[in-house]
Design a protein around this ligand. Sequence first.
Ligand code: FAD
Length: 294
Amino acid sequence: MVTFYRRLPKFDYLNPSDINEALTLLAKYRNNTQIISGGTDLVPKLKKRAITVPERIIDIKNIPGLDYISYEKGNGLKIGALATISDIENSTVIKEKCNILFQAAQSMASPQVRHRGTIAGNICNAVPSADSAPVLLVLNANLKLQSKKGERIINIAEFFKGPGETILKPDELLVEIQLPDLPNGTVGKYIKLSPRRAMDLAVVGVAVLAVFEYSTCSDIRIALGAVSPTPVRATAAERLLIGKKPDARLIEKVAESAAQSCHPISDHRASAEYRTDMVKVLTKRAITDLWKSV
Ligand SMILES: Cc1cc2nc3c(=O)[nH]c(=O)nc-3n(C[C@H](O)[C@H](O)[C@H](O)COP(=O)(O)OP(=O)(O)OC[C@H]3O[C@@H](n4cnc5c(N)ncnc54)[C@H](O)[C@@H]3O)c2cc1C
């Protein structure tokens, strides 16, 4: 089928050359303004008229110095707002220190989209199926938000309000994602279920981060994507395993509990029942794989 798009209504295109100029523009034009970064979410939405065409678009992609990925022992990883999904996928330090984020990046979209799309844009877009979101939840990421008035750091658990909605104010930019150091021996797994191929969005995404010490699980974090209005931590399931020695029966119980903590919808991609069943299957698989790997 060929889709013909009508010409977009006119809008002003603003191209700030540094962060200060971007924040000044955002402070001046709070309403009817959209930020664009890689544009891999925004442009298709505009073309499909899924959102109202704004009066102006502020393009932050050309701001220098915001595409960094840096690591400092004790302070953890810092990812600038313009680091692309490809940058994450190709970063040796991410692969070494934070392998689960590397796994999520690899599971996303196509090489072309990964080359343009940013990890910051993935979470600011706030669709429940965003692959980086459950992973950043288990990594306990902090987000640095900046406006002309100053900056604030908030935990990712407070960031999402609902599908397409975050706590970002109209004059704020997400400028940095901060990932605290993980304890030695932490292992992590992200499993994405998508209907046909890697290009598809997740029908279910399960992220598990765990530490096993002397065959006991000393810590575990489980987060689920695409099965609730926002990505969620399965904290009741985590509590069942912390301080215990895993075995097949216990892992089954943990996976059942994770399935109970989601509230999926049925849509053209999968039914709510299927999604719930898959949370159980994938949580069990992720924990079992991690347990066997140590
Ligand atoms: C073919 C295709 C396949 C895809 N596959 C996947 C997939 O498998 N998994 C997945 O999760 N996603 C997928 N996506 C979605 C998309 O590529 C990602 O969400 C991408 O990370 C978005 O980043 P971006 O820089 O392109 O965001 P943009 O489109 O530029 O922006 C997205 C939203 O975030 C806001 N925004 C962006 N950056 C900031 C910032 N720094 N501060 C404040 N607000 C900001 C924008 O205003 C906009 O509302 C796919 C998209 C396409 C077109």
